[in-house]
Design a protein around this ligand. Structure first.
Ligand SMILES: [Zn+2]
Length: 432
């Protein structure tokens, strides 16, 4: 089902007009109300009147994550505090978190974006949607909750954790949709397998996001849970989950361009890249009033596809995220993304998607260790078997990544499971 055909299927020409109208208004709003943007634009010699259409977006300054930290907690808010109805914050590993403030209109738009995604995954008011994203400052829980509510579905707000109870309620209330991180979905799938209750579940689809995941992980989750697994994309700085989502074609993530304008830039030169080229994704919020973002650099590396999708939606499709440039590990001069490692591991039926990368520097040489779990049925005390699995996976990793990892096969269930966003790598060089 298409939740809002008027918007999701509008002609590219009409969309362009709407984007232009909205950009003109939001730039003026940001300039007049956020000293940070006034200063940035003044420095570039750009006035709100210089922005006449969406083509002028390239004249605007970029915003980066440290700008949000430096303006903690609310210096980027563009409305009086009485007009803010919700706060969220992203977990900062170092220093202050990033705080986002939303007006009632912003919360409404966010729910609209998430409802569009859920409808595209096949959900309707007939569904029971289990929200196993964490509820709280993290945008996952309440974001999915509001979208499912807007759709008229029944929400089962289990939040993350307490896995045995999650599965009991999933079975007893007949949840048809599951919203969580792909890592937590994998953990739930393992537990469901152990309990032997897969056939008693009514799950049809999963809305997975908040961390980059791969096509091989999709296959794994679809097989294990007996569902269709869809990508839902979003980030706190821009609103939360529901900035975009896949459709039934599973051929790219539609971005709701009437609300969030995407660009792809070269992360080094900061110049816009030609259509279809891989680069860093940048968003401008076109209809967000509490904390508007102009050209926010997401650090996500991907490409955009503007050809019309078979589903009928005209909105651009984003390719799989190769990784966050923040997640990229440079090991012995080679760029390595945890998502590449995950994808290779899942090519092998003997392994499951549980792995952990540790990078260190010993005697001035980078070390690159990957711990990976074998599936229970393949694990044995016979070291010859283990060697065979190890050398096959090592050879494949070398051919894809270009460097040799120190691969360690570990016992099933020995790698720590994640209830939220999984941490797949530790770079000890950064701790030195
Ligand atoms: Zn589509």
């Amino acid at each position: 089902m298409i939740f809002n055909p008027e918007k999701e299927c509008m002609s590219r020409e009409d969309l362009r007009k709407l984007q232009s109208e909205r950009l003109v208004k939001i730039v003026k709003h940001a300039y007049d109300n956020v000293p940070f943007y006034k200063k940035k634009m003044d420095e570039l010699g750009v006035k709100p009147e210089d922005i006449q259409s969406i083509d002028d977006i390239v004249k605007l300054p970029f915003t980066v994550k440290t700008d949000l930290r430096e303006n903690y907690p609310d210096k980027l808010f563009a409305v009086p505090r009485k007009d803010i109805v919700r706060f969220h914050a992203s977990s900062g590993t170092t220093g202050k978190p990033i705080v986002a403030g939303y007006t009632a209109h912003d919360v409404e738009n966010w729910a609209e974006g998430t409802a569009r995604c859920l409808a595209a995954f096949g959900a309707s008011d007939e569904d029971t949607i289990q929200v196993s994203y964490g509820y709280g400052l993290f945008t996952g829980g309440l974001g999915a909750h509001d979208g499912a509510t807007k759709l008229g579905a029944a929400v089962l707000p289990t939040s993350a954790g307490n896995t045995a109870k999650q599965i009991m309620l999933m079975e007893d209330l007949g949840s048809t949709g599951l919203c969580c991180t792909p890592s937590y979905a994998l953990f739930l799938a393992e537990e469901i397998e152990k309990l032997g209750v897969k056939d008693k579940l009514k799950l049809k689809f999963g809305a997975f996001g908040a961390e980059p995941w791969t096509e091989n992980m999709r296959k794994e989750l679809e097989d294990k849970l007996g569902i269709k697994a869809y990508d839902i994309y979003g980030l706190t700085e821009i609103s939360g989950p529901g900035v975009g989502g896949e459709c039934e074609c599973q051929d790219g993530t539609h971005l709701w361009e009437d609300m969030f304008f995407p660009e792809i830039i070269d992360p080094v030169t900061l110049q816009p890249l030609p259509e279809g080229q891989e680069g860093e994704l940048v968003f401008t919020t076109l209809d967000k009033w509490g904390m508007p973002m102009l050209r926010y650099r997401t650090r996500d590396l991907t490409h955009l596809n503007y050809t019309k999708c078979k589903c009928g939606r005209t909105m651009v499709r984003m390719g799989r995220i190769l990784g966050r440039s923040d997640d990229m590990l440079i090991i012995r001069g080679v760029n390595v993304f945890p998502s590449q490692v995950e994808s290779v591991i899942l090519e092998f039926p003997e392994f499951q998607g549980q792995y952990f990368i540790t990078v260190d520097r010993i005697n001035n040489v980078d070390t690159f260790q990957i711990d990976v779990e074998l599936r229970e049925e393949f694990y044995s005390e016979n070291s010859a078997d283990m060697e065979k699995y190890k050398s096959a996976l090592t050879a494949r990793l070398i051919s894809v990544i270009g460097i040799k990892p120190d691969l360690r096969i570990v016992a099933p269930n020995s790698i720590e499971r994640s209830m939220g966003k999984a941490k797949h790598a530790l770079d000890k060089r950064k701790l030195q």
